[in-house]
Design a protein around this ligand. Structure first.
Ligand SMILES: [Zn+2]
Ligand SMILES: [Zn+2]
Length: 279
């Protein structure tokens, strides 16, 4: 009996060990109580939240998962590196799992459907579990061919560690705790809300086969990702706020980058897609 229990126990121990850094980063936020408060720290925290949120949505999501625009190989690397400073694992891992989500959204094969597996699992449980560590190469062959992306994907702690060290060297404990730990925890939960709350809370404009929703508040917090029902309706678009009142800061910044010539061929929803509003 003991021999039969051992593998399961080892497996559980591995899972617990793997989640320790996640909880440690949360705990490290408590260090704010030992650091003299400054509003400049709060500003730094928010600046790093929103700038990295841009790279999560423009990089991990709209570019690597959906190829919603084109760019150079150098800027592609920069997008990957900057997105990965959010400590959300490798760029190929992230995009491959996201493509899987769109293929099976809210079916029993979806890894993070809140309707089928509960809020906690869809928010963070699936990431912390030991089941989905592998990069689904078959989902991401188009980007897997770039050796520099494979390298980043393998050494996925390099970008967040360089950011943390740079912050510490530039501004000491205050910058490290507020700029990295607090900002990263907020960024994690802000990003994860798209997997959890955006399939539960909000309005459905399009009758997609999944439970995706549109939410103005979520769109503000996630720089445009809150228009999740729009996105599931037409995922190839670089623009997720389909109408002028649907604020989508990531799209505005991508337009700015396009004017600078750093990205091009931003894909837009065709008129017939916009007109299909029925629910
Ligand atoms: Zn979704
Ligand atoms: Zn998507």
């Amino acid at each position: 009996m003991a021999a039969r229990l051992l593998p399961a126990t080892t497996e559980q121990a591995k899972t617990v060990l793997k989640t320790l850094p996640f909880w440690a980063v949360h705990l490290a936020c408590l260090a704010v109580f030992w650091i003299e408060f400054r509003w400049s720290f709060v500003a730094l925290c928010l600046a790093l939240y929103f700038s990295r949120m841009f790279f999560v949505t423009a990089g991990y999501h709209r570019y690597f998962s959906h190829r919603a625009f084109k760019t150079s190989r150098a800027f592609q690397f920069l997008l990957a590196y900057a997105a990965m400073t959010s400590a959300q694992k490798g760029v190929l891992w992230w995009a491959a799992h996201h493509r899987h989500h769109h293929r099976y959204a809210d079916t029993d094969q979806d890894l993070h459907s809140p309707g089928l597996r509960g809020f906690w699992w869809s928010h963070v449980g699936w990431i912390l579990s030991n089941r989905y560590n592998r990069t689904e190469v078959e989902q991401i062959r188009d980007f897997y061919k770039f050796p520099e992306l494979r390298w980043l994907n393998r050494w996925f702690l390099v970008p967040p560690l360089t950011l943390a060290v740079a912050l510490f060297l530039a501004g000491g404990w205050g910058w490290l705790v507020w700029g990295f730990f607090v900002s990263t925890v907020l960024l994690w939960h802000g990003s994860f809300l798209v997997n959890s709350l955006a399939h539960v809370f909000g309005r459905r404009r399009y009758p997609t086969p999944d439970d995706s929703r549109n939410s103005f508040l979520m769109a503000l917090l996630t720089l445009g990702e809150g228009w999740h029902n729009n996105h599931h309706h037409y995922m190839a678009s670089a623009r997720q706020g389909f109408f002028w009142w649907e604020i989508d800061v990531t799209y505005y910044l991508l337009k700015l980058l396009a004017w600078c010539g750093l990205v091009w061929e931003l894909r837009e929803p065709p008129p017939h897609v916009l007109a299909e509003e029925t629910s």
